[in-house]
Write a protein that binds this ligand. Structure first.
Ligand code: SPV
Ligand code: MG
Length: 437
């Protein structure tokens, strides 16, 4: 008679004694089938693991007591339980209470339906995968791992959530800010190095006056204190002869993608729209820039994303679509479609029509003016990456002005400290490494 089948769901990013213990326990009941969570399953609930699915599979299938590894593509165990109909499922007893209790309830129901049993074993105290993950996070990342992570996120998530960062402090906020929603943790997936906020934070206009070296010097502050991917706002990309060097420099730093816009001449911020005279590049000219950039890059991981300014320039969706297909043909790894209209309908139309012919090239959107749409709605339109392009800087500035005005008004800082400032103790403890042990 065939051995009994024991199902064990696992992420297995970091192997530790608690996981070995549960595998050993499971093996006492029969052949252990590991349901290894895919990136897609994990991304619905938390940060992607450090190791890819293939790397984790490679580790797990070599562990004593593991008979088979199958993908678990959903956070819920139920689809796999129905598919594989194991005799047992084994799980730590930590899901009896708290936000994961609903998972336990549905597993009990499913096992009853298929005539199997649930085995719960005491959770190994003092060591958890999430505890180890935060230790690992503090060790940082490598340029290569950071660069690759954007492509992984795009294929794992319905929509990738990117926030503007212009200094080390905003980088830290994006790295660490989390919200709990049921048993899922919501956080930002990465950073946008915005030309608007990079130049505004220096008191300069957004006209490519802040040079690459200066911007990268400041970006390094964010890179030093974070592990999440960076999308770099490359403005027009400059001259083709210069752009090829920019690509290599960004790649070497571990930046995941550069977005270049199809404008020529003196660039101004797109949100001025047709109030500022802007010239769009020819399709041939911009395709040449994309091709040259793609030829210059060293890895397969770096992405060059083409940004289309047709709607900003008051041209119809047809013009944007014609350019989009040409840019993809020239090698663009993604399309950013921009608009300053408030109703978002031009973006929706573009996405719908683009998706009729191209189901896979990632679309990037910057909903600064059509901010009423949720991430779920944008994903529905076919958008893969949403960039909140300036919100860290725009929220900080009014707070600083209020504080300055309060000191002028009251001839002292007591009111400003109470109303607009974080406590001194908090700022001393804000930066890791300055906390007293
Ligand atoms: C930026 O953030 O610099 C951008 C996006 O390019 S926008 O300001 O909307 O043009
Ligand atoms: Mg910009």
């Amino acid at each position: 008679m065939a051995n009994k089948k024991v199902y064990l769901g696992m992420i297995a990013d970091i192997m530790h004694p608690g996981l070995i213990n549960i595998i050993t326990e499971g093996a006492k009941y029969g052949d252990v089938m590991i349901g290894l969570f895919t990136d897609k399953a994990i991304a619905t609930h938390k940060r992607l693991p450090y190791l890819s699915y293939e790397q984790r599979k490679n580790v797990v299938e070599h562990i004593n007591g593991v008979a088979e590894v199958v993908p678990q593509d959903e956070w819920s165990y139920v689809p796999n339980l129905m598919k594989y109909k194991p005799d047992y499922i084994i799980h730590g007893d930590d899901w009896c209470e708290g936000p994961e209790k609903y998972l336990r309830d549905e597993v009990f129901k499913a096992m009853e339906q298929i005539g199997g049993k649930v085995i719960e074993i005491p959770y190994t105290k003092g060591i958890t995968s999430s505890g180890l993950a935060s230790e690992l996070e503090s060790l940082g990342t490598t340029p290569q791992a950071r660069m690759k992570s954007l492509r992984r996120l795009i294929s794992a998530k319905p929509i990738v959530r990117i926030m503007e960062s212009h200094c080390g402090l905003t980088g830290l906020i994006i790295e660490h800010t989390k919200m709990q929603e049921g048993d899922a943790t919501r956080e930002f997936d990465g950073m946008w190095a915005s030309s608007l906020t990079d130049s505004t934070s220096k008191g300069k206009p957004d006209i490519e006056a802040v040079d690459l070296t200066t911007r990268l010097h400041d970006l390094n502050d964010s890179l030093e204190v974070t592990t999440k991917p960076v999308i770099y706002d490359g403005d027009t990309g400059g001259k083709v002869e210069h752009f090829v060097f920019t690509v290599r420099t960004l790649e070497r730093l571990g930046v995941s993608a550069v977005i270049i816009e199809d404008k020529v001449g003196l660039k101004q911020n797109s949100l001025f729209g047709t109030d500022a005279v802007q010239t769009q590049d020819t399709i041939e000219g911009f395709c040449h820039k994309i091709r040259s950039g793609k030829e210059a890059q060293v890895t397969n991981d770096f992405m060059i994303i083409a940004r289309i300014e047709s709607l900003i320039a008051g041209k119809p969706v047809e013009d944007a679509l014609e350019r989009a297909f040409a840019y993809v043909e020239a090698g663009a790894d993604g399309i950013m479609i921009h608009s300053k209209n408030k109703d978002g309908m031009d973006i929706k139309e573009f996405c719908t029509r683009f998706r009729e012919r191209d189901s896979h090239t990632p679309i990037v959107a910057v909903p600064t003016t059509y901010a009423q749409f949720t991430e779920e709605e944008l994903a529905e339109w076919g958008i893969n990456i949403v960039i909140y392009a300036n919100h860290m800087l725009r929220s900080a500035y009014p707070a600083m002005v209020k504080c300055a005005e309060s000191i002028l008004e009251h001839h002292r800082c007591q009111e400003a400290s109470a109303d607009y400032c974080m406590p001194i103790k908090e700022i001393l403890n804000l930066i890791p490494g300055t906390k007293k042990k």
